[in-house]
Design a protein around this ligand. Structure first.
Ligand SMILES: [Zn+2]
Length: 407
């Protein structure tokens, strides 16, 4: 457990409401975000802002960049563009035990930041720094702050005590009050540059370059969830194998496909349980068109049942939410295959999600017209929407299996 500023940490422990995040700040520097990192370095160089908001898609690196900002502000011997990583302060930040750092993250069943830790923060920021430099508060996933918490934070932002800095990281800033946003200097980032992100995965998880790149693509370009789960190369191999089976479907009779569906659902769920949220054809598409036909970020809506599905895999009978999550996992994966086939058939091979599979995609794509694959893709999109709207997941998958092109 990371140590926060002493008083609030003790109090929150007593009320079983953790003020501090269980996860200490990572000791590595943000990779694949050169532009955002440069902007952050400029912001922190001379007179760092009292409040800093870092916004980026979940798992893409905003949290890491925020922790970099914390380290830079607390470092006693900052090197060019950031923390030295070696001084006492840097070591304390890396282990999550710096006395002048308060960490706040969502907690509880509501996965929310309530008003209590924000009130405690106000008190702790009023104290003098223990290490002599600055007092920092890091509010992770700040978009999960309740309205009351945001109002309380606003007070602190309006009259920040001297030598204090509040760093907020968030997946999107639309749920933050405009008055909070306007008081923060902000840094925005998108998905990390893929070569840098896959190199990070390879180093951190001990993977070869091709496996790391495949896993990154499977996760829609977001290294965060993979690092958090400590995913292994098995997930990449299972993914390649499952895609191969779906490609083979083109030569399999419809009734024989139906028999394979339960196994495929199990395989897709296993990939999901390994920490890979298969958002294929989504962030990997390069079209900037997220898979959100309903106008809602569907991963936030579905993350919970999926996580539960993964956690309770061993229990006997899956709940409806687990069945939906498992079906959606297979459908997303299948969608990725359909999308790649449609693109290859249309001659747009440069846009496919998994270029390493091109040699397997090409002969299958050639067996049908491009419009046939496009129609198959549309059917899967409709099935995904229907699953989200509580349609029977197994029936929807069976329909896709029966309708899948045969040639
Ligand atoms: Zn340092």
């Amino acid at each position: 457990m990371a140590k926060a500023v002493s008083t609030p940490a003790k109090r929150s422990a007593a009320t079983s409401r953790p003020l501090v995040s269980a996860r200490p700040p990572a000791s590595f520097k943000t990779r694949g975000h050169d532009e955002a990192s440069a902007r952050l370095a400029t912001l922190l160089a001379d007179s760092p802002p009292h409040a800093l908001l870092i916004v980026g898609p979940r798992g893409a690196g905003a949290g890491t960049l925020a922790r970099d900002a914390v380290a830079t502000l607390l470092c006693t011997a900052p090197a060019e563009g950031g923390a030295c990583g070696a001084c006492r302060s840097c070591r304390l930040v890396a282990s999550g035990s710096h006395a002048d750092l308060a960490l706040i993250a969502p907690s509880g069943a509501a996965d929310e930041i309530g008003i209590t830790p924000i009130r405690e923060l106000e008190q702790s920021l009023a104290l003098l720094p223990v290490e002599g430099g600055r007092r920092i508060a890091l509010i992770e996933r700040a978009d999960r702050m309740s309205e009351a918490a945001q109002n309380a934070l606003l007070k602190t932002l309006e009259e920040p005590p001297p030598r204090t800095h509040i760093i907020l990281s968030a997946a999107e800033d639309s749920s933050l009050m405009p008055t909070i946003r306007s008081r923060c200097a902000s840094v925005r980032l998108g998905l990390p540059e893929s070569a840098a992100a896959s190199e990070l995965l390879a180093t951190q998880l001990g993977l070869d370059a091709a496996t790391a790149m495949r896993l990154l693509r499977m996760a829609g370009g977001r290294p965060g969830p993979l690092l958090e789960a400590g995913v292994t190369g098995d997930a990449a191999r299972a993914h390649a194998q499952l895609r191969r089976q779906l490609l083979d479907f083109v030569g399999v009779a419809p009734h024989a496909r139906l028999r394979q569906i339960p196994t495929l659902i199990g395989d897709a769920s296993a990939i999901l349980a390994a920490g890979v949220d298969t958002q294929e054809g989504d962030a990997t598409s390069g079209e900037g068109e997220p898979d959100t036909q309903d106008g809602e970020p569907d991963d936030t809506a579905e993350v919970e049942p999926k996580k539960k599905a993964a956690a309770t895999r061993s229990s006997a009978k899956p709940t409806p939410a687990e069945r939906r999550a498992a079906a959606a996992a297979l459908l997303r994966l299948w969608r990725g295959v359909a999308r790649d086939l449609a693109l290859v058939a249309a001659g747009a091979t440069e846009s496919i999600g998994f270029p390493e599979d091109l040699h397997e995609l090409t002969p299958v794509a050639a067996r049908c017209e491009a419009t046939v694959w496009r129609d198959a893709l549309i059917s899967i999109d409709r099935a995904l929407t229907a699953v989200r709207r509580n349609g029977n997941p197994e029936l929807l998958l069976d329909a896709i299996a029966l309708r899948w092109p045969r040639a």
